[in-house]
Ligand binder design. Structure first.
Ligand code: TPP
Ligand code: MG
Length: 653
């Protein structure tokens, strides 16, 4: 509970002082309009007179038009009781009056702890933070978004999390019945079916019409969100339910159901045994791991399987599935492996078709299979348990020879046991020889990558390889985590660094919705902050950062230690390349493709932006020699518990 006056109180106090001096309209005091942006430290005069009793009453008392509550508790307080049973640590939100009672309850009744309120400057940031957080914490946090308009802002971030199979508890709100809605804005922010907007890409939603149903639906929503396939859920908190008093006799009838963590769905044991037989007998098996490692156990289980089978692993890099420095990591040899494989085990392959086929992006779109026609495909995934009709994130239909419906990580212990049973000593010896060959095939890869990284080493703008190597030099002796996707920078970390622990990487947006990176990185850094001891780094595109720069302030305000490197290629480079491709196809000039795709003239000064949001920042850095010292300074800030940003002017990829 706050012991000092709140910012709003301080501001009202200042306002009242102002009107005493200037003789402004006193009638405004105490209304919401009077509360302009406060900055108590800067604006409080040094010898200010203490407020009179009347002034104090005006700033802390109940506004006259509100009848006093007849009970100690409100519906929104009970809602807080419900949320507190779930062990949610944070609630990210941009405020909105549809949930004003709930927010007040979380802060005052709930003591602003478990969950603690995080101030976000955009609803997409609230949900995006929760997205990144869940992938590190292994459990959801919550976001609260204003009725209608807040959910509209949040919807892309919800879609990203849906595609990425990440649980988030999203609360939104709505005014009560017609006769009780304030005329005007409250109607604009009320919707008959509050969660309809996002229903196509959430696992479940509800608009509970009683406090009892709020309790049951919230616990149900949490349980559903955290059962694979995981996904966001949306709950609408009715305005009337929030704001009504809760009488003790009513409260006595309410029951909050206990949250029992669901077991994750594992594949059918008979099918798993069949898979083990195929894998052990195979001459050239391979494992493709996509959105597989759901917890920190996933990587270790997959290492065991690969070693038992002496089979190569291709990590699709949507999660940290397999150590890059393991001799069986053959991610860079995917093409060759798929074309030679007789048995392919796909783990949570989001796009099984895409793993086994290729399409040429030309005027005539030609597809051709990359796997042998008689290769046996085993697919273990929970994906089929959650498919919707409208959004096409389910990808092209690709039959498997042995489709096992179940969460791949939850199925892994059973598969390991079955493989162990199948393996005779003679087979083990034969497989060891295969493992040696596979290890040999990847031996030169690191050196080759280093050779490639040396191209343009001293170039300005700075090459992405140089940036990642300068960064690696500074973080390799730390316990680090990279929380940004690598596919827009040639996957250098996977090729040059030792990505050796489950928390080194968390994949990307899922739905490829730009606006994910910086907000998700901030949420991920928050989860890492709670775990402690890790240096968290994000490389964020300039286009990405511009979608939600306000999250820099959230990181500064809540002291979330995160090193952000802006991969500033002064463009939406991905789209620039698309335009060039089209111009090429249409047989027209290539040199106009910058129109509408570059972000320069004027150049944006990201360090200034970050500083403006209250963050330590350096840049623009375009001389590669300056990068090392800049990193050193920024890392010191981050290790001190604050976020920092470096704007690095870089080559496109
Ligand atoms: C919401 C949204 N808008 C637009 C796009 C199209 N898009 C894909 S990549 C990209 C460029 C992003 O810019 P940046 O982060 O700077 O990456 P760069 O390609 O420049 O490395 C855009 C605009 C998208 N995927 N999502
Ligand atoms: Mg860019």
């Amino acid at each position: 509970m706050p012991k000092t006056p709140t910012l709003a109180q301080l501001d009202r106090r200042r306002f009242l002082k102002g009107v005493a001096i200037g003789g402004a309209a006193v009638g405004l005091a105490g209304t919401a309009d009077a509360q302009t942006s406060p900055n108590p430290t800067a604006a409080e005069p040094q010898k200010a007179a203490s407020p009179t009793a009347t002034q104090l009453a005006a700033e802390t008392g109940h506004p006259a038009e509100l009848p006093p509550l007849t009970t100690k508790k409100t519906g929104s307080d009970f809602m807080v009781d419900v949320v507190k049973t779930l062990g949610i640590n944070y609630m990210a939100a941009c405020p909105g009056s549809t949930f004003r009672a709930l927010q007040e309850s979380f802060i005052n009744y709930g003591g602003n702890t478990k969950p603690e309120w995080l101030t976000c400057l955009h609803e997409e940031a609230s949900v995006g933070m929760a997205h990144g957080y869940a992938k590190v914490a292994g459990k959801p946090m919550a976001a609260m978004v204003h009725g209608t308009v807040g959910l509209q802002h949040a919807s892309m971030a919800i879609y990203n999390a849906w595609c990425d199979r990440v649980p988030i508890v999203v609360f939104t709100a709505s005014a009560g019945p017609v006769e009780e809605r304030r005329p005007g804005v409250e109607w604009m922010h009320t919707v008959q079916d509050g969660a309809a907007l996002t229903r196509d890409f959430t696992k479940w939603d509800d608009y509970p019409w009683s406090l009892q149903s709020f309790a049951e639906s919230t616990v149900r929503a949490y349980a559903l969100a955290t059962t694979a396939p995981m996904a966001p859920v949306v709950l609408v908190a009715d305005g009337k339910l929030q704001e009504e008093p809760l009488h003790p006799e009513e409260e006595a009838k309410l029951k909050i159901p206990k949250l029992a963590a669901n077991m994750q769905p594992a594949g059918d044991p008979n099918a798993v045994r069949e898979a083990a037989k195929l894998l052990v007998a195979a001459e050239n098996p391979m494992i493709i791991a996509d959105r597989y490692a759901r917890t920190e156990k996933g990587m270790g289980l997959l290492v065991k399987l690969a070693e038992l089978l002496q089979a190569p692993v291709v990590d699709v890099r949507s999660r940290m599935n397999f150590p890059t420095n393991h001799p069986l990591n053959n991610s860079e040899r995917k093409g060759a492996l798929v074309s030679q494989a007789d048995v392919i085990l796909a783990l949570e392959a989001v796009d099984l078709y895409g793993q086994l086929n290729r399409m040429r992006d030309q005027l005539e779109r030609v597809t051709f299979p990359t796997a042998k026609p008689n290769a046996k495909v085993i697919s273990i995934t929970a994906h089929d348990l959650l498919v919707r009709a409208n959004y096409q994130d389910f990808q092209r239909y690709q039959p498997a020879d042995l489709p096992i419906t179940g969460d791949a990580e939850a199925t892994m212990p059973e598969l390991l046991e079955a493989v162990q049973k199948e393996l005779s000593d003679a087979r083990k010896t034969a497989l060891a020889a295969r493992g040696q060959k596979l290890a040999d095939a990847t031996k030169g890869l690191l050196d080759r990558a280093r050779g490639e990284a040396a191209y343009g080493w001293d170039a300005s703008p700075i090459s992405s390889a140089r940036m990642y190597m300068e960064l690696w030099n500074q973080i390799k002796s730390e316990d680090w985590a990279l929380v940004s996707a690598t596919n827009f920078s040639s996957d250098w970390p996977f090729r040059l660094w030792a990505m050796d622990k489950p928390y080194r990487y968390i994949g990307g947006a899922g739905g490829a919705g730009v606006g994910y990176q910086q907000v998700a990185s901030t949420g991920a850094a928050l989860a890492h902050r709670d775990i402690g001891g890790r240096l968290v780094v994000s490389v964020t595109g300039d286009g990405e950062l511009n979608m939600s720069p306000g999250v820099l302030w959230t990181a500064a305000h809540h002291k979330i230690p995160l090193l952000t490197i802006v991969q500033n290629n002064r463009a939406y480079h991905q789209e620039w390349m698309h335009l060039q491709r089209m111009a090429n196809r249409h047989n027209r000039a290539l040199d106009t493709a910058w129109i509408g795709t570059t972000i320069d003239n004027p150049n944006i000064d990201y360090a200034k932006i970050a500083q403006g949001y209250g963050m330590f920042a350096i840049g623009p850095v375009s001389d590669p020699k300056e990068l090392g010292p800049a990193l050193q300074k920024a890392i010191a800030v981050v290790k001190g518990g604050e976020p920092a940003l470096i704007d690095v002017v870089m080559q496109p990829r």
